[in-house]
Design a protein around this ligand. Sequence first.
Ligand code: GDP
Ligand code: MG
Length: 345
Amino acid sequence: MGLFSKKKKEDPPAAAPAKADEVDAPQPEKKGMLAKLTKAILRTRMVLNRKVLGAVGLGQKIDDDVLETIEEAMIEADFGVETSDFLMGVLRSAWKSGKIETTSDIVPFLRKDLKHRLTHRGNKLKFADKGPTVILVVGVNGAGKTTSVAKLAWFLEKSGHHTVLAAADTFRAAAVKQLETWSERIGCEIVTGSEKADPASVAHKGAERAIEIGADVLLVDTAGRLHTQKNLMDELRKIRNACRAKQIEGAPHETILVLDATTGQNAVVQAEMFKEAAEVTGLFLAKLDGTAKGGAVLSINEKVEVPVKFVGLGEKLEDMQPFDADQFVEALFDLESLSAENETD
Ligand code: GDP
Ligand code: MG
């Protein structure tokens, strides 16, 4: 509890922007975003359907040969060898225990199983109980951090959360300019430092400003330099400490790692590094529109053991959505639009 903590009764719950524990996707755009998401994982879906359902056929009794064919299909869909092995283990034990008997049982079983795996860690953004929620955004250069910070700011502003940006990637002047341009477009405040300023000092300034103007959220963009693991750890630790700005309890409340979904398994390696350097609480999978490897979402989720919270589906502010596992898995196994796709492709 610091200087700025208030007694509960002084909080104006009615007038304040919704400060729920969770925030949902804006509803009207859901359909269009589902189409984008479906398109993003187009090839995965086709590989899954054609191989899993086509090559082995429906209604076939499951045996070792059938399972092997399915495993090949998963690898082709870029589930990754380890995730495929893991999923095959799941399928194999489901088969041995009699939960699945024929190939017709596979998709319904996986649908349910994958949904559970993708949701059980919780996919919603967590907000601070009081005071500004601090969200630190980390990841390697070019992963899509700055764009994702802008998308998050836009999304949060739209859902009534007054947001401040901190341009803590002070390494390149262009990075600050890029975020400034986004902030103008979004209409939210941005805190910057002088060129080559200590990133932690900018984060600190951002935290102070957020308190000063009573913002709901502070989003901190960072540099993605990775000279050494120690360098990364030291820098992120400094920024994390600075975010607290003494008065913000528990900050950062979220540390979102942005991963470039087009890099597939490489993203998993990056995630391991960042997990060691910072307490990553959620993933923002950027560039899902640029990959036919939608299966990577499953692989990343399984191996990184951090929930996917957002997906990026293009370069514009609205090209993002909170990760919806139900939608994702449905799109992955979407059988109905398969024939329509063949016509349009
Ligand atoms: P940073 O270095 O991690 O801050 O990455 P940037 O935010 O500067 O993004 C690098 C490039 O990826 C830019 O050209 C962005 O427009 C692009 N980008 C970011 N997110 C997405 C996305 O979801 N889809 C696509 N297609 N491009 C993206
Ligand atoms: Mg950047």
